[in-house]
Design a protein around this ligand. Structure first.
Ligand code: SF4
Length: 337
């Protein structure tokens, strides 16, 4: 029997779409991107930027919802600290053509501290340390703590460091206590973990120099060199189609960023590593393999990108249809089961 209506399709079609947004400046959230050429394209070729698909739109929506939830929770802490503003613009780095908007600032005992709210995958969240009332972590520790997760997480410290520096320039934070904080939120449970960190001037100096190099490249209409090819970064780059039009991501390969499908592959791979399966696991593995075949149907090489790795599903055409050959999962170092 055919269902009366395809609800999933209706929801997807009703999702609000995004328009390309003009980049007059570097967005602070992107200055930590590993590729200077990306920063150049983001400013110069913004109309050509690849727009998020429905999968990504839903992830962004979830991030905004979680951020709102955390603001709501913070607003209930008025007795402990004041929240002077949220969504506060960063205006002190105009000279470097960097702009941004702080998620939140709190004030206590006359001192102001900028903060960023980031929702992340539960397994990455679990590995993070927490400051509690005890510890302020150096920026290097925060970078290390985030390095085992999704590659974009490593851009977060740059954003917060620029905010702390911007606030220091505006003399809104004390030079001796130029601190900021992340509130990391598990996407699975919405639990928070706050990490306090201090201004890392040397690191910020590197970011400012990078912004200036890209600004010079823009003025000269000469894109910076490409970063060494990295499937994770280039494969998800919004300017891949203009930067690497001739790059073959593999014979007949297609790159599909899809966390849900990646997790299906990853779970099947984890079950495949087990010596003995329970009855339920045996049934689960069979069902996952069937789904993986469906995901890869019609693609010689489908690269399914997830936050902590990627899966490769291979197949080839046969006389009467399609034959699934294999699948592999390449979890990122430090995350692999
Ligand atoms: S495709 Fe790779 S090299 Fe080109 S701009 Fe994007 S990240 Fe940089």
């Amino acid at each position: 029997m055919t269902p009366p209506v395809d609800i999933d399709a209706a929801i997807n079609e009703a999702m609000p779409t995004e328009e390309p947004r003009q980049h007059y400046t570097h967005w602070s959230s992107e200055v930590g991107h590993p590729c200077e050429r990306f920063l150049y394209h983001a400013r110069v070729d913004w109309p050509a930027r690849r727009l998020p698909d429905v999968h990504l739109l839903k992830i962004f929506e979830q991030g905004r919802d979680i951020e709102e939830r955390v603001r709501f929770r913070l607003a209930k802490c008025k007795e402990r600290f004041e929240i002077p503003d949220t969504g506060f613009p960063l205006t002190t780095l105009e000279e470097y053509q960097i702009s941004g908007k702080l998620d939140v600032r709190i004030r206590q005992n006359g001192l102001v501290y900028p903060g960023e709210i980031k929702s992340i995958q539960d397994h990455a969240w679990k590995r993070l340390p927490s400051s509690g009332s005890e510890e302020v972590f150096p920026n290097s520790v925060v970078l290390d703590a985030l390095s085992g997760g999704y590659w974009r997480y490593r851009m977060y410290p740059a954003q917060l460091q620029l905010y702390i520096f911007g606030e220091a320039l505006a003399k809104r934070v004390s030079p001796e206590r130029a601190l900021g904080f992340f509130i990391f939120v598990s996407k699975a449970t919405t639990e928070e973990k706050t990490i306090w960190t201090e201004l890392d001037y040397e690191y910020v100096e590197g970011l400012l120099q990078k912004a200036e190099r890209v600004n010079t490249a823009i003025a000269r209409h000469t894109p910076p060199d490409r970063m060494p090819f990295d499937l994770k970064v280039c494969g998800q780059c919004d300017f891949q189609h203009i930067c690497l039009p001739d790059v073959d991501f593999g014979q007949g390969a297609k790159v599909l960023p899809d966390e849900q499908k990646y997790q299906i592959c990853r779970r099947a791979w984890e079950l495949g590593l087990k010596d003995i399966l329970s009855r339920d696991e045996f049934a689960e593995e069979a069902s996952l393999h069937k789904t993986i075949k469906e995901i890869g149907h019609g693609e010689e090489l489908l690269i399914v990108e997830g936050e902590d790795g990627h899966a490769e599903i291979r197949g080839h055409a046969v006389k009467n249809g399609w034959k699934h050959d294999s699948f592999d999962v390449f979890a990122r170092e430090g995350v692999a089961a």
